[in-house]
Design a protein around this ligand. Structure first.
Ligand code: HEC
Length: 164
């Protein structure tokens, strides 16, 4: 009896902790449904990871329409690719695959157009995420990752070869 009670207590404590974690996470962004990401969090590496964007130009509040770090001549380019690689691996790779080679869970991002249309589509998706029939297929990153981090990730993805 005492033993069972102890077991039950441990389980409910663990559940309580999970709820607190999920609630804390959801608090970062009111529209993000914490329940939809909780199962994946069990794998350990999936809570959104902050991205340190020191070394690339700050962009302010207003979202840019096009990638401000694009192009090898851009003074931010090299650093943006480096920052974007880390940001991508920690926040996107679990769904979109390492080096953006999709394992089938989510679209292969290497094929996104690298022009302004591609930028527009990219920004819309990463800011809003994607929810279908009440299920969050992709979490929104607005308010979770900075504009600088998200453009750095875009720069990294653009720098990848489309084939191999
Ligand atoms: C939980 C899984 C998941 C995570 C994490 C995730 N995505 Fe997605 N992403 C998806 C799915 C699923 C779609 C397809 C949505 C649809 O049906 O339009 C998608 C679509 C996209 C698209 C549109 C692609 C296209 O071809 O239409 C972009 C761009 C994108 N994601 C970027 C990102 C970036 C950048 C990150 C990391 C900051 C990220 N995603 C993290 C699951 C995820």
């Amino acid at each position: 009896m005492g033993r069972n009670f102890f077991k039950f207590g441990a389980v409910s404590m663990a559940l309580g902790l999970a709820v607190v974690l999920a609630a804390g996470f959801g608090g970062l962004s009111s529209n993000l449904n914490p329940l939809s990401i909780t199962p994946a969090q069990a794998h350990g590496d999936v809570a959104p990871q902050p991205v340190d964007t020191t070394g690339i130009d700050p962009l302010g509040k207003e979202w840019k329409a096009t990638n401000p770090y694009r192009g090898k001549d851009n003074k931010n380019f090299k650093k943006a690719v480096e920052i974007g690689a880390g940001g991508y691996n920690q926040n996107c790779a679990r769904c979109h695959g390492l080096e953006a080679k999709s394992g089938g869970l989510a679209p292969d991002l290497r094929f996104l157009e690298t022009d302004e249309d591609g930028d527009e589509w990219y920004v819309m998706r990463v800011r809003e995420g994607m929810t279908q029939n009440g299920i969050t297929k992709m979490p929104k990153f607005e308010g979770i990752l900075s504009q600088e981090a998200l453009w750095a990730i875009r720069t990294y993805i653009d720098s990848l070869p489309e084939d191999d």
